[in-house]
Write a protein that binds this ligand. Structure first.
Ligand SMILES: [Zn+2]
Length: 135
């Protein structure tokens, strides 16, 4: 067996974790700044990818951006100018903290409890259950 074959063998023996991790793509906000507001057109899709009610994401972003947020039909309106890079950074943080399981890295989690500033996250895929600080 030559070096390349050894390398191939080593790779095939690695657990699939990294592959599964990259399968799930954290959605990006379709946003634009209009006057003093930032409009996000795909909050419904982001919420459904997260399998969370959009009020969860709105609550989180309100806190993180320190700006009032309202819905106008399907469009989320942030009462502040937020560039898309920092908005996507916040959304990414929401997913990595509250959606993607910290044990198996799959997005198949539910919030199953809230207590004194913490939320309990339960994973359907691997059965993990842990608490993280609430927003
Ligand atoms: Zn899990």
């Amino acid at each position: 067996m030559d070096y390349k074959q050894l390398l191939d063998k080593a790779f095939t023996q690695l657990p699939n974790l990294s592959v599964e991790q990259s399968d799930f793509k954290i959605p990006e906000a379709d946003s634009l700044v209009q006057g003093s507001k930032t409009l996000v057109k795909n909050i419904e899709q982001i919420a459904s990818r997260a399998r969370r009610d959009k009020s969860e994401i709105i609550g989180y972003l309100t806190r993180e951006l320190a700006a009032p947020i309202s819905m106008n039909g399907q469009v989320m309106e942030i009462n502040a100018k937020v560039n898309s890079a920092s908005l996507n950074e916040k959304i990414k943080k929401f997913f990595t903290t509250y959606v993607i399981c910290k044990e198996c890295h799959k997005p198949d989690t539910n919030i199953t409890g809230r207590d004194r500033g913490y939320v309990t996250i339960s994973c359907e895929a691997c059965g993990a259950r842990y608490t993280v600080k609430s927003y």
